[in-house]
Design a binder for this molecule. Structure first.
Ligand code: RM4
Ligand code: MN
Ligand code: MN
Length: 430
């Protein structure tokens, strides 16, 4: 029998911590009341927050230099979902899962669906993979996939995406995310305009096969694996393409896919304004696509992103319905601990953004009071909402201190025994 984190174990871990949380929560409630904020309303918002966990994130990642495997890594998609269940139990905001095909290709979609449902999980987004060659694959993606100069390669890459759509429909997914590694390493290698034309032609074929209710997300990235140019390099190009494709195509923002110092919150505002924001691959970075844990490096940036999202939510911008997903690579931490912590950091940024005194901010903007405007944001950002987050989790059955509860549970130790190393069954980059 596979070890599972139980509600009872979490409640037991919470018990000695509860009195302190209640005291801190009451204090925060009084503090917020002075600012005209009703804490219970905010706690409800925190409870309702959702972010999807990437199946590829529960395994240990690596760099192009090395991968240092951790104990008890999941060896297939079912074991990945076991770990996703543990994350959900601890934080209670992550029932959605992003799957990566072919890494997560199930023999029986029905069996996988039942396995997920039994654990309170559902498939949120499908992700195709044409950035790697797979065993037995006929044509290589070394020089591109959906934008390859050879039509036969493009056809093969489109066919793979159509397969993902079919599988996604069986699994009850709601969106399909396309990220390609296509690009050039040297000036002159790619004809920029032709390559983008080929991209659009391939994406049109995928778009036209979208199952009912599906949305298509395309993900831009300025470099890597191509080091000189990528075909879908920035949000402007992405926006152009989603407009060309149609109303069910949206532009996905992966926080790590921009040059350092890019004003990402402004990109978010633009995409909201143009009705094309798909949602996010949340992570954090110092230099590039580092895939570090959300909020680990630039928590203020994360807050500013959520400030735009909450502003749109409160204003009721028509059609505003972004998907929140994590996309991280855990090279030196226990992936479950990282994903749990990141989920908590996202709820934190979301709640803090709810705390912005929008009236004061608008007034400061109207009077061109730059410092006053910043103060309105900083007051929200510097408010410690930890007791609220802990209370929201506890009320939903989650852990007051998720990482401590996880460590105390012995989950990883049990999995190390259940999943002996050397028996990995093709689980992708994990
Ligand atoms: C890429 C991109 C995609 C992710 C792959 C594994 O850099 O972020 O979203 O699926 O990594
Ligand atoms: Mn991504
Ligand atoms: Mn990435």
């Amino acid at each position: 029998m596979a070890f599972r984190l139980s509600d009872e174990a979490i409640a037991e871990h919470n018990a000695p911590r509860l009195a302190w949380v209640e005291e801190d929560y009451a204090h925060l409630g009084r503090q917020l009341a002075r600012r005209g904020v009703e804490i219970e309303r905010l706690t409800e918002r925190a409870t309702a927050f959702r972010v999807a966990v990437p199946s590829w994130g529960v395994g240990t990642g690596g760099t192009r230099f090395a991968r240092f495997a951790g104990p008890g890594e999941p060896r297939d998609v079912f074991e990945k979902l076991e770990d996703c269940e543990a994350i959900l139990k601890l934080v209670r905001v992550t029932p959605g899962i992003s799957l990566h095909v072919p890494w997560d290709e199930p023999q029986s979609p029905a069996e996988l669906l039942a396995f997920a449902r039994e654990r309170g999980l559902f498939v949120d987004s499908m992700n195709s993979n044409t950035f790697q060659d797979q065993p037995g694959q006929e044509l290589s993606y070394k020089f591109g996939s959906l934008t390859h100069t050879d039509e036969a390669v493009r056809r093969q890459a489109v066919a793979h995406n159509l397969h993902c759509l079919e599988l996604g429909a069986k699994l009850g997914a709601r969106s399909h995310t396309v990220w390609i590694g296509d690009g050039g390493n040297f000036p002159g290698q790619l004809h920029f305009r032709r390559a983008l034309e080929r991209y659009l032609e391939s994406l049109r074929a995928i778009y036209s096969a979208l199952p009912a209710g599906f949305r298509l997300f395309i993900e831009h990235k300025l470099y890597e694996p191509a080091f000189y140019s990528t075909v879908l390099n920035d949000w402007g190009t992405s926006y152009y393409c989603t407009r060309e494709l149609g109303e069910r195509a949206f532009s996905l923002v992966d926080l790590g896919h921009h040059a350092p110092n890019t004003n990402i919150e402004m990109i978010v505002a633009r995409l909201i304004q143009f009705g094309k924001l798909a949602g996010f691959h949340f992570n954090d970075s110092k230099y590039g696509d580092d895939d570090l844990d959300a909020g680990a490096i630039k928590p203020f940036q994360l807050f500013l992103v959520f400030n735009e999202l909450v502003d749109a939510e409160l204003e009721g911008v028509p059609g505003f319905d972004p998907s929140y997903m994590l996309d991280q690579s855990h090279n030196v931490t226990d992936p479950i601990e990282s994903l749990v912590t990141s989920a908590v950091e996202l709820v934190r940024a979301y709640v803090q953004a709810q705390l912005v005194d929008r009236g004061a901010l608008r007034e400061a903007q109207r009077r061109n009071d730059a410092l006053g405007a910043l103060q309105a944001l900083k007051q929200a950002f510097t408010t410690d909402v930890s007791p609220l987050l802990a209370m929201a989790r506890r009320r939903a059955g989650g852990a007051i201190d998720p990482v401590a509860a996880y460590r105390a549970s012995g989950y990883r130790r049990s999995k190390a025994e259940e999943r002996p190393a050397g028996e990995r069954r093709g689980a992708g980059i994990v």
